[in-house]
Design a protein around this ligand. Structure first.
Ligand code: HSE
Length: 315
């Protein structure tokens, strides 16, 4: 983080206003637990302005309206406050208007998107006063999210590999093969990430670890170069079966899709399913199978890969 000498940052912030756009994400992608993530072209958008008075005013439209808190505990506000604290600049009064489309509690990175929205809003508001590097933005977001696999693609777009070093999280962004057409199947009910994580064992058999190392290495090749390998590359033994009992509808449809040869995985901690389809008929067949499921209703979202990641502009 680098700062520019500004006599009174608080008065330099007066009147500043930014517009932020953040994509949905799908993490894990099968074998890449807590490591791989994909940005998807469905967005939350926010307008954040420095207010004349202290405190925060929050307005939420779309997903989460009437459900999420409208005070300092709103996740975007917490994330802005986290970045200002790291920058050493007192948090000014803020007004925030959110237009959300990313479903909550469905494994599509809504909390990661809110955190990233806050971090990039802070970057935009502090432009010319404090500059954040990409690694610093990823570190701030990961500190709040707990793991980097959703926040990396939300920040940077495309397919991301994220890993943690003693100096903080790092990422590598890759461009997905244009033949890959993601399809997300979203059930009616939610799943808590905390519950899903509580179902993970402390340790796993060595052979399962080797299995996932091979598949996640293969998955990178499949996603950027060889989509015909996606079915084998999306196999997993580290998380999905441990969590299956907590989301039986997801487990049933996932098994059916994979039995039919689809490269289907649980999206993030679930309960949505991500199908990494590579032709339109494959996508149509997966949608038909979801529509025929008797145990819950599935919403089918054919979503392009987002290549930009989060954007912030003066408004
Ligand atoms: N890697 C995370 C998990 C993604 O599966 O628990 C959800 O935050």
């Amino acid at each position: 983080m680098t700062g520019t000498l500004v006599a009174d940052p608080s008065s330099s912030l007066a009147g500043r206003r930014v517009h932020v756009k953040v994509p949905a994400t799908s993490a894990n992608l099968g074998p890449g637990f807590d490591t791989l993530g994909l940005a998807l072209a469905q967005y939350d958008e926010l307008d954040v302005a420095v207010a004349d008075t202290a405190g925060v005013q929050v307005e939420v439209h779309g997903v989460g309206a009437g459900e999420v808190p409208l005070d300092e505990s709103h996740l975007v506000v917490r994330s802005i406050a986290h970045a200002f604290a790291r920058a050493g600049v007192p948090l000014p009064g803020l007004s925030l208007v959110a237009h959300n489309t990313i479903p909550h509690g469905r494994g599509l990175g809504s909390s990661g998107a809110a955190i990233v929205a806050g971090v990039v809003a802070a970057k935009g508001l502090l432009d010319g006063i404090v500059e954040f590097t990409s690694d610093e933005l990823l570190e701030l977001a990961t500190e709040l999210e707990g793991h980097p696999d959703n926040v990396a693609p939300a920040l940077f777009g495309g397919l991301t590999i994220a890993w943690v070093t003693p100096d903080g999280p790092r990422h590598k962004k890759l461009i997905v093969h244009r033949g890959v057409s993601p399809l997300v199947l979203v059930p009616e009910h939610e799943m808590s990430t905390a519950l899903a994580r509580s179902l993970q064992p402390e340790s796993v058999p060595h052979e399962d670890a080797v299995f996932n190392v091979s598949r996640s290495a293969l998955l990178i090749a499949a996603l950027i170069q060889s989509p015909e390998l996606l079915f084998q590359a999306t196999e997993d033994k580290l998380h999905q079966h441990y969590r299956a009992g907590a989301m039986p509808e997801t487990d049933r449809l996932l098994r059916e899709l994979r039995s039919a040869g689809h490269p289907a995985v649980v999206s993030g901690a679930g309960p949505s399913i991500l199908v990494l389809a590579s032709d339109p008929s494959e996508r149509a067949d997966a949608v038909a199978r979801a529509e025929a499921a008797a145990d819950t209703a599935w919403q089918a979202l054919p979503l392009a890969v987002d290549f930009l990641g989060a954007t912030v502009q003066p408004a």
